[in-house]
Design a binder for this molecule. Structure first.
Ligand SMILES: Cc1ncc(COP(=O)(O)O)c(C=O)c1O
Length: 408
């Protein structure tokens, strides 16, 4: 059987599962950045950070090269390293676990709700009971939804865990907790929140990522992690003799290595695009909500064999993906066959995600275990074409083609 086509091989009218929406003002902003004095470490970096912090109601935002770098910087800023254990829900992209693992931590996979793919409070309790002491939770707002933030935070704090929200899917999502409405990224129930601005995300920088924080010390640690693990801040200098001149003024050339790190900086070119894109978030989010509602009503006749993923009542998502659950066995077709037949009709689809606890690397490191919720979610999930510029007529075509392929 032939494989689904790669992006570069697809016809122009092919509907990918996700794609960017770049408009003339985005292109003009990038061109202006290219004509400006700074391609990197310039004023657009701080402007983007201010705009993001304002948008998600955070005190600080630190922008960087991509969401994976943001997760890695966050792991380091939280002090995770050799000897640390980090709990990660099994249904997520590789990077949620790879980043803390590369920082030195071992990963403990938590199960998820089989219908939403989100970690539930009891999944966290079960992972904690299994592992004993852990140091951090890297939770995931899968598809743009968030779970029970308050209950999860309560359990995590009781066990002394730092909390990071991987919100790479969830910029603009609002949630209710502790009697009020919150915005993902405000860190009301976490220490840090991570975003990605990859082209399939709701707003893009080409590649880009960010971490939001409310604690200034964490924000300072993130800025060091972004820039080689060094500081130019005189109050942080340890080598007084080399850092300062006789009158006590900091030497203008001096910078100090706190701990070796990488260069994870974002360019002003990326931030120019990020700024114009962030301005479109309300429009893109509203459009995505309307498109999800269109899919929901078009899919209604095909339940229970084909239906949208479960919805949480606690949030108003900015949907990143539109995912459905399919009973492939009852439909008499494999997922691979369905995806290949969709691709042959110009319709992209993808599986988000192959559970991390089943990845060979982790299964051979930690032993193969059953996480029944994650396994069940994975067995049925499929992401359908979903981006801010897709037409409702295309949504209808995707739905009817899929129903025909599934013989519904
Ligand atoms: C949940 C999640 N975390 C992290 C990442 C990594 O982000 P990036 O691709 O910007 O490195 C992604 C990207 O797809 C993601 O979906």
């Amino acid at each position: 059987m032939s494989q689904p086509l790669r992006r570069a091989e697809q016809k122009p009218d092919f509907l990918p599962y996700g794609r960017q929406v770049v408009e003339d003002d985005d292109i003009e902003a990038v061109a202006a950045a290219l004509r400006g004095d700074f391609l990197t470490t310039g004023p657009l970096v701080a402007r983007f950070e201010e705009a993001l912090a304002r948008t998600v109601h955070a005190e600080h935002a630190v922008v960087c090269a991509n969401g994976t770098a943001a997760l890695y910087m966050a792991a380091r800023a939280l002090g995770l390293g050799t000897g640390s254990k980090v709990i990660v829900p099994s249904i997520t992209f590789l990077a949620t676990a790879s980043a803390p693992h590369l920082a030195g931590a071992e990963i403990v996979f938590a199960d998820v709700d089989p219908d939403t793919g989100l970690m539930r409070p009891r999944d966290l309790e079960e992972a904690l009971a299994r592992t004993g002491r852990a140091h951090a939770l890297f939770n995931v707002h899968l598809n743009g939804q968030c779970g029970e933030a308050e209950e999860i935070a309560e359990i995590a704090r009781r066990h002394g865990l730092k909390i990071l929200d991987d919100a790479c899917h969830a910029i603009g999502t609002r949630y209710d907790a502790a009697g009020s409405e919150h915005v993902v990224g405000d860190n009301a129930f976490s220490d840090l929140t991570v975003f990605s601005f990859h082209p399939v995300k709701t707003v893009t920088m080409g590649e880009g990522g960010a971490v939001t924080a409310n604690d200034p010390a964490l924000a300072a640690a993130l800025r060091r992690e972004r820039n080689h693990g060094m500081t130019r801040e005189p109050s942080e200098f340890v080598s007084i003799e080399d850092g300062f001149e006789a009158e006590g003024r900091a030497n203008p050339w001096y910078y100090e290595l706190v701990e070796p790190g990488f260069n994870w900086r974002a360019t002003d070119i990326q931030c120019a695009l990020g700024l114009t894109q962030l301005g479109k978030l309300p429009r893109f989010a509203a459009r995505r909500r309307a498109l999800a509602a269109a899919y929901d009503s078009l899919l209604a006749p095909y339940a229970p064999r084909l239906r949208p993923i479960g919805r949480t009542m606690t949030c108003r998502p900015t949907w990143h993906l539109y995912a459905v659950l399919i009973d492939f066995e009852a439909c008499g077709i494999t997922r691979a066959e369905a995806m290949t037949r969709l691709a042959a009709e110009g319709i992209g689809s993808q599986v988000h995600y192959y559970p991390l606890h089943r990845q060979h690397y982790y299964a051979s490191r930690y032993g193969r275990r059953q996480l029944p919720g994650a396994d069940r979610y994975y067995a049925r999930v499929l992401s359908l074409p979903f981006f801010s510029s897709i037409a409702v007529s295309d949504v209808a075509r995707v739905t009817s083609t899929l129903a025909r392929i599934l013989k519904l």
